[in-house]
Write a protein that binds this ligand. Structure first.
Ligand SMILES: C[S@@+](CC[C@H](N)C(=O)[O-])C[C@H]1O[C@@H](n2cnc3c(N)ncnc32)[C@H](O)[C@@H]1O
Length: 344
């Protein structure tokens, strides 16, 4: 299928259209103007943010990485076997593509034809990842590698309007790193539904291979996501540094900012907030917003959804969970963390 060689540069398409990416400044100000203040989580995901994330995942307390790698290593052949013989594989938020290599190796071993697309908002990371994948898989005639620069929403739009790009009638969305749970449950259902409809417009079957962390051990969670020290704190606090840089502001002048973590046991979600110890006015152009002492700005969610919650999210999006792979100890419950949504 692929006519490129291992040393050729993979194609990277710029599909950016969404306001969140193209006018992040305005989105910050409008989020701060809402009664419940929030800033876009995209602030965490530029080149520096992704570096912080990758460092954090090497930390011994950050259990999701070792668990996910264990599951991938143990079940990669079965996961690859569950994919159609010939399909497009679109990875949502590919990051450093380490997990991608495991899946692509298993697919290559089974001789499956794959049109792989890496999607991310971080251009530098995307280029680096694509080069690594091209070097590793460019010599497999059954695998082609390319990239999409943009958001999940941009990707929905691109799929619905670029039928000709696909040589297969089936798309699998690979969504690992528990990234699905950085959205709210409703957003996750809505987005999977949007992808399903976009694929239907393009005349393609739609499947998801999603990883989901269902850890419910509070101590373990609090150690992994500690907002007050170590590499977790470096990752979590970066959003505020990014706002400061983006708005050319002086947010830290005489102001102490706290990073707060709340664990919602009912919803199985970690929610994180920034909160200043004194009043701060944040401005961009003619707009300005005051954040009062102790007021909270929501910036990041990490859901730890259990099997029932994942099934319900899938159903709301028009999918059914068809297969689940877990870690050896089933440490996070019987059904998750690895869930495969099969689309209709
Ligand atoms: C939790 S990291 C996971 C990275 C990688 N998949 C892994 O498992 O290590 C989330 C990834 O999604 C990307 N991302 C976050 N929000 C996004 C969005 N709205 N659209 C596209 N990519 C996004 C980030 O840049 C980052 O690479």
């Amino acid at each position: 299928m692929s006519t490129t060689t291992a040393c050729e540069e993979p194609v990277l398409r710029d599909i950016r259209k969404s306001l969140e990416l193209l006018d992040l400044k305005s989105c910050v100000l409008s989020g701060l103007s809402q009664p419940r203040k929030a800033i876009p989580s995209l602030l965490l995901w530029d080149e520096q943010g992704l570096k912080n994330f990758n460092e954090w995942t090497k930390c011994p307390h950050y259990y999701p990485m070792s668990k996910e790698m264990e599951i991938l290593e143990m079940h990669k052949d079965s996961m690859a076997g569950a994919l159609p013989d010939s399909s497009a594989l679109v990875e949502l938020g590919c990051g450093n593509v380490h997990k991608t290599s495991i899946i692509l190796s298993a697919l290559a071993k089974q001789g499956k034809e794959v049109q792989y697309y890496a999607l991310d908002v971080s251009e530098t990371a995307l280029r680096t990842g694509l080069q690594a994948l091209q070097a590793g898989f460019g010599h497999f005639p059954s695998i082609s590698i390319s990239g999409l620069l943009g958001t999940y929403d941009d990707c929905v739009d691109w799929i619905a309007n670029n039928t000709a790009s696909f040589t297969t009638r089936s798309v699998t969305f690979l969504w690992v790193g528990n990234s699905v749970a950085n959205l709210s449950k409703t957003e996750a259902s809505d987005l999977t539904g949007h992808f399903r409809r976009a694929c239907a417009v393009a005349g393609m079957h739609c499947h998801f291979l999603v990883s989901a962390d269902a850890c419910a051990e509070e101590n373990k969670l609090l150690k992994a996501y500690n907002p007050d020290g170590g590499l977790s704190s470096l990752f979590l606090r970066y959003g505020l540094l990014h706002v400061n840089k983006l708005l050319r502001a002086d947010l830290f002048n005489d102001v102490v900012w706290n990073c707060l973590l709340e664990y919602d046991r009912e919803e199985n979600e970690i929610l994180t907030f920034y909160s200043p110890e004194s009043d701060v006015t944040i401005s961009s152009g003619a707009k300005s917003v005051t954040v009062h002492h102790g007021e909270k700005i929501f910036f990041f969610r990490s859901g730890k959804w259990n099997g029932d919650q994942m099934r319900s999210i899938a159903q709301q999006g028009g999918f059914q969970v068809s297969q689940v792979w877990g870690d050896a100890k089933q440490e996070y419950g019987k059904l998750s963390p690895k869930v495969n949504f099969q689309g209709g």
